[in-house]
Design a protein around this ligand. Sequence first.
Ligand SMILES: NC(=O)c1ccc[n+]([C@@H]2O[C@H](COP(=O)([O-])OP(=O)(O)OC[C@H]3O[C@@H](n4cnc5c(N)ncnc54)[C@H](O)[C@@H]3O)[C@@H](O)[C@H]2O)c1
Length: 138
Amino acid sequence: MPDLASRAAIVTGAAMGIGRASALALAREGAAVTIADVDEAAGNKTKADIEAAGGRAIFVRTDVTSFADAKAATEATMKAFGRIDILVNNAARAIGGASMAGRPMPRRRGRSTRSPSRPRSSWRRRRSASTRWRPAPS
Ligand SMILES: NC(=O)c1ccc[n+]([C@@H]2O[C@H](COP(=O)([O-])OP(=O)(O)OC[C@H]3O[C@@H](n4cnc5c(N)ncnc54)[C@H](O)[C@@H]3O)[C@@H](O)[C@H]2O)c1
């Protein structure tokens, strides 16, 4: 019997990418899966793929930024599977919709970008002090 038989999971952002892969893997291990995603077409495809492989799944159109949607997904899971054991809190979208893919990393100049108030040399000193080798106490 698969390890997660009799368990139920909610996977947010399960229509695509890491969330979809998580949902498929959980279903393969026997868990019933709620696919909670804003993308209905792709979410229903994940559901269909799980069911085609013999698993159990529901799709609930969920925007994780909405409390009402999150509550509805929770209630739909309880209604369908009677329990919630696993939550994969995965959904996210790049802020501003911009992707960094293919772009060079911005070059730092002069002062460190880590802290506007601390010069870069000070950051280096602190980092090397915290990682310096010390003998074990005898
Ligand atoms: N892919 C990477 O290299 C990487 C690296 C670090 C972190 N992450 C994080 O992992 C998670 C998944 O990444 P991915 O590459 O699989 O993304 P993806 O864009 O392939 O999939 C994201 C899924 O989330 C859904 N989604 C977006 N906003 C939503 C919302 N408000 N409510 C519900 N669903 C929503 C989308 O519809 C989509 O199905 C994200 O949180 C991402 O920030 C990804």
